[in-house]
Design a protein. Structure first.
Ligand code: AMP
Ligand code: SF4
Length: 462
């Protein structure tokens, strides 16, 4: 996290070699809206001796940002795009990506998913050397590092040298009129997939973007790999970083990625369902129905119901049209915020022993209100099952989590959390169970928010 105090959750999209590159980038962002809802942008360009890059960016959802936009204004066969979510304070137009700049050898654009752990140090060093930053984002550091590289060397060498200075999480797209670079940090913390659309090359954080535009998934950019795409789509691959055991983010499977996507070369949905199955095997309890917290708990609840043999029901109905603001009556309504989003079905719940499944308890507020709501709907017992281990530590690698103090499981035992949320019982999936569900050896992913083991390091001020 940078000193500006905001953290990113982001989605990336790139197209190389298609006449409607910007339009496809926009569609790719549309399907990855869940990765960031506060800003979106696309930069497009064409090669050629006077090649330029053109950008369109705005605050808001992809559909709103591009509502009246004419894609003829973003002509060009190559494009990169970005959606972002920032916590309060960082949501300004000057932070909206992709960033663009004019280097001595031409224009350049950068889009970044992840957080650097040494962004503050790099920024201070660059400012001391005279760099002027236009944003408060970690990402701009890349532009300055590339701009200050040895201009007697080819751009690819300068890009690799800049990436070598960055520590922490980055999946990165860099576009110039002649070249597209796609890179993942040496731990491979954040996803980045490579695909083909007829003769064009496409890249996205999640493969659901490929599905929408009819592209075929080819493979992931490997952890620590930098791919250079140029000309008619010819590729060169580099591994500039020291050899490292990869640590992709296991939380993508738990919550963040769309269930229909592949991330880290695995489809999310069956993993999420297996998390529920493992949870049922580890923490059974006699009950009448299993209900998910929609949408985050649906796949795991199906898995739990499947393994336990207990009836699955949609006991909580979600309103999909809840915006960010609403006018609350002066006479306050109990649990208004959660009620606006989720409503229990009394008919299904009354008199029943209910197992309610969600993917995580962060601050504990959602679960507490849901347990109260389910009890008021007439449940006889409420058993909460969480399809991941307790979230005990914040993420420094690009997933928005509150501070350690605000994470309820960082200081309270499972039984204390159970008392806080008012459930009859509470159980989490074990770390081992989570890895069994993913089908990987324990420790082969980053699991720092569940274990406190930050393999990719922590910022100096932590
Ligand atoms: P809380 O009320 O703070 O305990 O939040 C729990 C809810 O937040 C659960 O329903 C989760 O699905 C959801 N959740 C977990 N992690 C995140 C995240 N990084 N961003 C947004 N929502 C999350
Ligand atoms: Fe993912 Fe958690 Fe690691 Fe962050 S700390 S990268 S959310 S596993």
């Amino acid at each position: 996290m940078s000193q500006s105090g905001f953290r990113d959750e982001c989605g990336l999209m790139a197209i190389w070699g298609h006449p409607e590159a910007a339009n496809l980038a926009y569609l790719g962002l549309y399907s990855q809206q869940h990765r960031g809802q506060e800003a979106a942008g696309v930069v497009a360009g064409d090669p050629g001796p006077n090649g330029a890059l053109r950008a369109y960016r705005g605050l808001g959802l992809v559909a709103d940002v591009f509502q009246r936009f004419d894609f003829a204004d973003l002509s060009g066969r190559n494009a990169i795009g970005h959606v972002r979510y920032t916590t309060a304070g960082g949501n300004h137009l000057f932070n909206v990506q992709p960033f663009t700049a004019e280097l001595a050898d031409g224009p350049i654009a950068v889009a970044h998913n992840g957080n650097l752990i040494n962004a503050d140090e790099l920024r201070q060093e660059l400012v001391q050397e005279g760099a002027i930053f236009a944003s408060s984002s970690d990402t701009e550091v890349f532009l300055h590092l590339i701009a200050r590289g040895d201009r007697s060397r080819p751009l690819t060498e300068r890009v690799n040298a800049a990436l070598l200075r960055a520590e922490g999480a980055f999946s990165l797209l860099i576009l110039t009129p002649k070249t597209l670079y796609a890179a993942r940090d040496r731990f491979g913390l954040r996803p980045l997939a490579l695909g083909k659309l007829n003769g064009a090359t496409v890249l996205a954080s999640e493969t659901c973007a490929f599905d929408l535009i009819g592209a075929d998934y080819e493979r992931d950019i490997s952890p620590g790999e930098v791919i250079e795409i140029s000309g008619e789509g010819s590729r060169a691959s580099y591994f500039p970083f020291p050899p490292t055991n990869p640590a992709p983010c296991i939380f993508e499977f738990v919550y963040f990625a769309r269930p229909d996507s592949m991330v880290f070369e695995k489809t999310v949905y069956p993993i999420r369902k297996r998390m529920g199955e493992e949870l049922a095997a580890e923490s059974p309890v006699p009950a009448d129905i299993v209900i998910p917290v929609p949408d985050s708990g649906v796949a795991a609840a199906l898995g739990y119901a499947h393994r336990s043999g207990i009836q699955f029901e949609l006991g909580l109905i979600r309103n999909h049209y809840v915006g960010r603001t609403f006018i609350e009556p002066k006479q306050s309504i109990r649990d208004f915020g959660v009620k606006l989003k989720l409503n229990p079905s009394r008919e299904l719940i009354e008199g029943k022993r209910v197992i309610v499944v969600d993917d995580s308890i962060v601050r504990g507020t959602t679960s507490k209100k849901l347990v109260q709501m389910i009890r008021r709907a007439g449940a006889r017992e409420v058993h909460v099952r969480i399809s991941a281990p307790p979230t005990i530590s914040p993420c420094f690698y690009g997933i928005d989590t509150p501070t350690k103090e605000e994470l309820i499981s960082s200081s309270l035992s499972t039984d204390q959390v159970r008392t806080f949320i008012g459930a009859d019982s509470l159980a989490y999936l074990s770390v081992e169970g989570m890895y069994r569900a993913v089908g990987s050896r324990p420790g082969s992913f980053c699991d720092a928010c569940f274990t406190g083991n930050y393999r990719a390091g922590v910022p100096a001020n932590r």
